[in-house]
Design a protein around this ligand. Structure first.
Ligand SMILES: Cc1ncc(COP(=O)(O)O)c(C=O)c1O
Length: 366
């Protein structure tokens, strides 16, 4: 659906009549966890065919009313994004590559036959919320304000066709360090289930993809693993990605490999950033298919030295162990490898304004 020309929208502000008390907020910020606590406000913007994007508001955080026939509740026309705002060493506030999230959001919108939002409006909505709730940054080391822009079909209509009205919203949730003690190596279960097939929605960040990953993820947990890995749909042979992270493989010849953006995996912004950083480090980066059998063989021969997963939530996470019905194998020493740690440190330092940002990735907003 075509983007409506970007009108300069003015955000109406309705301040929270009873924001969280300072002591309550302080308690949350000292131990934020992930995704359970929310800041005082939220953004809401509506789209209709007739009016395009309108009714931009910053509202008190709270429940929203939906018609029971709203299309999202029946046909799952819903997409989302995830990004973080960081407090910089000098007290400022920055977002990491919000334009990349806006671009991916619109790619998801096109795949789900939803209205696209002007990238500048997406970014402004995120910024406005962060500035309104700037007192909601965690006080714990490694903390950040996690931002969740999302959009759903709000039209009350049960016919199966793209809806004619949408709501875009942004909520914010203080987030702690994903892993309490640095970055332990995770254990992975290779699923028999398929996440995405060619021609499907695998490259879109739509809620339906995650609904379908819950049973495989629960199975991985039940078997004692931390994450689920999906293989390709056609041959059940090629490595695709984890339930919520992309994968990289590091070899003894100094090269690294990551599965290509074939349309069935999410084009991760952390993935793209790490490819750039690794190339700067002088590494050869290949975006090529890699099979589970080859991974197992290379881990055994020592050709493969490290494997890591990456995504906004945990940034870079070493993979220590892999298991499927044929048994399990260990990567390197089973713990965090040197390259994994180096790339993680470089990226985190850029995100937090502690290292030079030669790519223009960090958008300081305060
Ligand atoms: C399925 C999936 N793959 C990969 C990623 C990593 O993407 P990003 O680095 O943009 O957070 C995510 C997280 O958003 C995800 O949900």
């Amino acid at each position: 659906m075509a983007t409506t020309a970007a009108p300069a929208l003015t955000f109406t502000r309705v301040p929270h009549p009873a924001p969280a008390a300072a002591e309550v907020r302080a308690q949350v910020l000292a131990n934020p966890g992930f995704g359970t606590k929310f800041s005082d406000h939220m953004v809401s913007i509506d789209w209709t065919e007739a009016e395009g994007w309108h009714n931009a508001q910053i509202l008190p955080y709270g429940p929203i009313a939906l018609d029971p026939a709203a299309a999202v509740l029946h046909y799952a026309q819903e997409i989302f994004e995830g990004l973080k705002a960081y407090r910089l060493a000098d007290g400022g506030i920055a977002l990491f590559r919000p334009e990349a999230n806006a671009a991916r959001f619109n790619a998801s919108a096109r795949r789900l036959a939803m209205a696209e939002i002007p990238e500048a409006l997406f970014v402004e909505a995120v910024e406005q919320l962060v500035l309104a709730d700037r007192d909601w940054f965690p006080t714990v080391e490694g903390g950040s304000l996690y931002l969740r822009p999302f959009m759903f079909a709000s039209e009350a209509f049960l016919g199966v066709r793209p809806a004619k009205t949408y709501r875009f919203m942004v909520i914010a949730s203080p987030a702690g360090n994903y892993f309490k003690s640095g970055s332990p190596a995770v254990s992975i279960w290779v699923s028999d289930y398929t996440r995405a097939a060619p021609g499907g929605t695998g490259a879109a960040k739509c809620g339906g993809n995650y609904a379908a990953s819950l049973v495989p993820t629960a199975e991985a947990f039940a078997r004692g693993h931390d994450q689920v890995l999906f293989l390709d749909a056609a041959e059940h042979k090629w490595i695709e990605e984890l339930g919520g992270m992309n994968l990289f493989f590091a070899f003894d010849d100094g090269s690294i490999l990551t599965p290509p953006l074939s349309g069935t995996i999410l084009p991760g912004i952390t993935r793209e950033s790490l490819i750039a950083l690794a190339r700067e480090e002088g590494l050869t980066v290949r975006e090529e298919r890699y099979s589970l059998d080859q991974w197992r063989a290379d881990a055994a021969s020592g050709k493969l030295v490290e494997t890591f997963a990456c995504g906004t939530a945990a940034v870079v996470t070493p993979v220590g162990k892999v298991a499927d019905h044929n048994g399990e194998f260990v990567i390197g020493s089973g713990g965090p490898g040197q390259l994994t740690q180096k790339l993680r440190q470089r990226l985190v330092a850029i995100q937090r304004g502690e290292a030079a940002d030669s790519h223009g990735w960090v958008k300081q907003i305060a």
